[in-house]
Design a binder for this molecule. Sequence first.
Ligand code: GDP
Ligand code: ZN
Length: 328
Amino acid sequence: MSDNVLKAKIIRSHQRDFDCLIDETKEVVKATALGNLLKKGETLVVGDNVYLDTIAETGEFIIKEAMPRHNEIFRILVRTSKRKVTAANCDYLVILSSAARPRFKRGIIDRFLVRAFQWGVEPIVVFNKMDQYDPDEFDIQYEVLRLKELGVKYFEICALDKYYETQYLKGGMSEFREALKGKTALFVGQSGVGKSQTISCLSEGEVELKTKQVGKVGKGSHTTTWSEIVDLGDFYLIDSPGIRSFSLDDIDPDDLLELFPDLEEIARHCQFSNCNHEPENRGCAFYSEEYDPETEEGLMVHSRLESYQLIHSEISSTPFWQKKKKYR
Ligand code: GDP
Ligand code: ZN
């Protein structure tokens, strides 16, 4: 390598061309990759940290080397069982939920937690539209207890009002903003929960316009086929088509339990091999005194078990060509 090797991050990819953000100067340059970095089935993706070299004669930038990834955002291709990676080095999977309209759905949070564990990305759960929260609809304290048990961070916000004061939880918009500082995040959640609104609330002033555009792209429209990382001032947003889907169709049912690490731990003590952990299996670890559904701890474990069983039956019973978005 020549002397002027630069460290950079890929922030946009279009097949063989990449926009790279140079670490030191924060300049964005176009670069092409050496052929051996784009081997069959493997490629460079947004979020990859790379070394750039310049061709002395033309001043063009070339990606010489990619650094190892901390994690990968991917789906498994059903036909080949190979990973299709769309982004790398993501710090947070922000799972946005809405307290009302659309109504709160615990099942969707559990689904995205599966992805977070699968990808090795730390999840954050955000309760949005708390201005419309009705305690009779669902018990936020109970939901939070479940997340605490899993060591997941959570925040209470109203994306329409950045001065909204939390009423139920400790952390609100400012704590959420603080957590995101300098990080790279992927926002997921059902359509209508307020992803665009939240992103726009987090990114003020000049970046707001850009955000609006991102919001549109993120809605799964067909306007883009490339992935990008958008600088929103305080943090970076990963935007990529297709990675916001709820469907867990690509996961092998046999691998699902390890994506519920809390349940896997209990299942390890189950005396039956091949147990489906249903109540009629007397002696199953999930129905021991310790996890009696009459107790709070038991109730929590059983609500996770319920999510697990629902997803498990869904991904085992449907032939992949019939698989559709189904969720509660
Ligand atoms: P997305 O599909 O997840 O990107 O959702 P949007 O950001 O487009 O928001 C959907 C709708 O919910 C819009 O009409 C927003 O104005 C509204 N909305 C977003 N956040 C809040 C909130 O905190 N409270 C209320 N009442 N409405 C909100
Ligand atoms: Zn069992």
